[in-house]
Design a protein around this ligand. Structure first.
Ligand code: G1P
Length: 300
């Protein structure tokens, strides 16, 4: 069956980043570098790699650096051109979406992820679309969203990516029913279940392909976990009237929302870098060796 193409993606970037303060006091958390580029660049690359043509950023106060980052920087480009730094110029060009391919919508109050997505309704219109949460970086080949688009082309409807976790209380968790390879049918899903009540250990990794009917459900969605309007609650309702699958994708997610997840992401992306991976491995091994030598010997 031919499915309607996924042309647009929503990237909610309005969050305050309180879990990584003070780093995020004056810089949007999405602009913090993961090895050699801002975290948000990996997510935009993942979207473009999966065939996305237009990115809708849901922003908030103090997020102007993101809009500037995805714009051209004339003075910088001129300086690099004058100095003959063509490699750097090409890098800059690669990180800039084509004219007209990015929109910025303000979420005026932090009412939750569901509300942030609802703010994109006019820009998305009546077509299926993707959502990528920029806190979560994925490492996969093909990319996580590309694997989801392939699944969507088979089964249509709505598709979310999932992965196993040791701590289901931190995430949206699915209730799996039948399984066909990596494709999972679901009975339901729940946002941040209390410890011991989780229906599985499969968490929603922050990559979604949704039908536009989600917007009407979000409009009426009351506050859920944490007192916020939750996307997961609206999806659980959408599931009652439309096909909905999860894909346990082949790859790994890195949750940059906290310090250790962020550190893991930096190490993983540095080690995977084609040019610097070897040097990164040597540097990390040396740092671990030094730390082990300094650590006091545990008492018998
Ligand atoms: C959000 C979603 C949750 C998902 C998570 C992935 O939660 O609500 O379902 O598992 O992102 O990062 P948040 O991290 O915003 O609390």
């Amino acid at each position: 069956m031919t499915q309607r193409p996924i042309r647009k993606a929503v990237l909610p970037v309005a969050g305050l980043g309180t879990r990584v303060l003070p780093a995020t006091k004056a810089i949007p958390k999405e602009m913090l570098p993961v090895f050699d580029r801002p975290a948000i660049q990996y997510v935009v690359d993942e979207a473009l790699d999966a065939g996305i043509e237009h990115i809708v950023f849901i922003t908030g106060r103090n997020k102007n650096a993101i809009e500037d980052y995805f714009d051209r920087a004339f003075e910088l480009e001129e300086t690099l051109r004058a100095k003959g730094k063509t490699d750097l110029l090409a890098d800059l060009a690669r990180s800039t979406p084509p004219p007209g391919a990015a929109s910025f919508v303000r979420q005026q109050a932090p009412l939750g992820l569901g509300h942030a997505i609802w703010c994109a309704r006019d820009v998305i219109g009546a077509e299926p679309f993707a959502i990528l949460l920029p806190d979560m970086l994925t490492m996969a080949a093909p990319s996580c969203l590309s694997q989801m688009v392939a699944a969507y082309q088979q089964v249509g409807g709505n598709v979310i990516a999932v992965e196993q976790t040791d701590d289901p209380s931190l995430y949206g968790i699915i209730d799996p029913a039948a399984r066909d390879g990596r494709l999972i049918e679901m009975r339901g899903m729940v946002e941040k279940p209390a410890a011991g009540t989780e229906p599985s250990n499969l968490f929603i990794t922050g990559r979604y392909i949704l039908q536009p009917e989600i917007f009407a459900l979000l409009e009426q969605q009351g506050a859920g976990a944490g007192g916020e309007i939750q996307l997961t609650d609206a999806m659980a309702r959408l599931m009652q009237s439309q096909p909905f699958h999860a894909v346990e994708y082949d790859g790994r997610s890195y949750d940059c929302g906290d310090r250790i997840g962020y550190l893991r992401a930096i190490a993983a992306f540095a080690l995977a870098d084609a040019r610097y991976g070897g040097a990164a491995a040597a540097a990390l091994t040396e740092a671990l060796g030094e730390a082990a030598r300094k650590r006091p010997v545990a008492a018998e």
